[in-house]
Ligand binder design. Structure first.
Ligand SMILES: Nc1ncnc2c1ncn2[C@@H]1O[C@H](COP(=O)(O)OP(=O)(O)OP(=O)(O)O)[C@@H](O)[C@H]1O
Ligand SMILES: [Mg+2]
Length: 377
């Protein structure tokens, strides 16, 4: 399967260029969108190479490289970028370290002269500013910082101090540095920039990530026709893509199944993908849950109030008749939130739970009859 996502990768050069143009004008953009819809791929595989082609220094920053320390992760990525610039034979160094007289050709150009010895402040909250300052001293021209998994900055014990440090460092560099913030938690990311009391309030313009839609489905249908001489009906492809929350990977997985079985429709390919006998992330998710968690997930999926008396009675019946306390279900729900399988529905004031991943929802729909097996059975 990974081959197909690679071979059939759908490029969006206009989208990448549009986003990059904004970053090159020193804008700060918060690109938010649902999980697994191709945000990281767009940034890493299209936007960053394009930025480099245009002579900008583009740095990809994985804020979750150290999950316990997002700011440390940011500093680490900046240090690596700086080291790369300082190595004369590195691709970045070679490209950006041109004599000043050749600025016109490449835009981003290293200033002449030996780099001064680096003396970084001990505090990581000050290091970020020192690192950005030093990067700017090394290159002429624009710098684009791409922060991925940026919601991480809002978590952790020093979240406010880390956000404030980042804000200060980027503000003082705002004449030459553009930034794109993206991440796998749409809600947290939006909150980071839109909650009035958050340290990064208003610091970036929120921009919805455009989901892969009809163009992508058409591209896959063309590839499918070339590979099989059969047709992949576009309407069916679009419906399936929507059902899967516009996630390219499971969509291509279903198409792949259809391709391997000459008599199959896309619906058959999808059914095979969601088969509980098949080892994939959704079956692994389900079978990795305790029976109580499976019950709680079912209740959320069926939109039943999980701690209502009827729900508790239903769970008790499934699990062998023993009484089930509302607090046990609440704990099971919290475990499901931690695993990323259910989310608090913000529209419902955060009190209602929903199945977060549309593919998991499709899996639960297909496998309605698969009942939780009591843990001690
Ligand atoms: N344009 C595309 N064409 C085909 N496949 C793609 C495309 N973009 C992404 N994919 C595939 O979809 C999967 C998810 O992509 P990616 O990790 O970029 O999504 P994401 O939105 O960053 O996810 P997360 O929210 O979990 O960080 C990967 O397997 C990737 O190869
Ligand atoms: Mg990602």
């Amino acid at each position: 399967m990974p081959e197909l996502t690679r071979l059939w990768h759908y490029q969006r050069p206009k989208l990448a260029a549009r986003l990059l143009d904004r970053a090159l004008q020193q804008e700060r953009v918060a690109l938010f969108g649902p999980r697994q819809t191709g945000k990281t791929s767009l940034l890493r595989e299209e936007l960053i190479p394009l930025a480099r082609d245009r002579g900008a220094l583009a740095v990809y920053i994985e804020c979750w490289a150290d999950k316990t320390d997002p700011l440390g992760s940011i500093n680490y990525a900046l240090t690596k970028a700086l080291d790369d610039l300082n190595v004369p034979d590195s691709p970045t160094g070679r490209k950006l370290r041109r004599p000043v007289t050749r600025v016109g050709a490449l835009g981003a150009t290293l200033q002449l002269g030996e780099p001064p010895k680096r003396t970084l402040p001990a505090s990581k909250f000050l290091q970020i500013d020192a690192l950005i300052t030093e990067i700017l001293a090394r290159v002429k021209g624009p710098v684009v910082l791409v922060f991925d998994e940026f919601q991480a900055i809002a978590t952790g014990a020093d979240a406010d101090a880390a956000s404030a440090a980042l804000r200060a460092a980027l503000t003082q560099a705002s004449k030459r540095v553009g930034a794109i913030f993206s991440g796998s938690s749409e809600v947290l990311l939006l909150e980071t920039f839109s909650r009035a009391r958050a340290p990064l309030y208003g610091f970036a313009s929120p921009e919805p990530y455009p989901l892969l839609g009809e163009d992508f489905a058409g591209h896959v249908a063309r590839k499918f026709r070339q590979a099989t001489t059969r047709e992949l009906p576009l309407v069916e492809a679009m419906d399936t893509l929507a059902l899967l929350g516009h996630q390219p990977e499971p969509f291509l997985n279903a198409v792949n199944n259809m391709m391997a079985n000459p008599k199959w429709s896309l619906a058959d390919g999808l059914r095979a993908m969601l088969d509980p006998q098949v080892r994939n992330k959704w079956t692994i998710n389900w079978f990795g849950l305790t029976a109580l968690q499976q019950c709680a997930l079912r209740l959320v999926f069926e939109e039943k109030p999980p701690t209502a008396r009827d729900s508790l009675a239903w769970v008790a019946g499934l699990l062998g008749g023993k009484e089930v306390a509302a607090s046990s279900i609440t704990r099971a729900l919290e475990a499901l939130v931690d695993k990323g399988l259910v989310a608090r529905d913000l529209l419902g004031g955060g009190r209602r739970y929903v199945v977060g991943d549309p593919v998991m929802a499709a899996w639960l729909r297909q496998n309605q009859k698969l009942l939780p097996v009591p843990d001690d059975a």
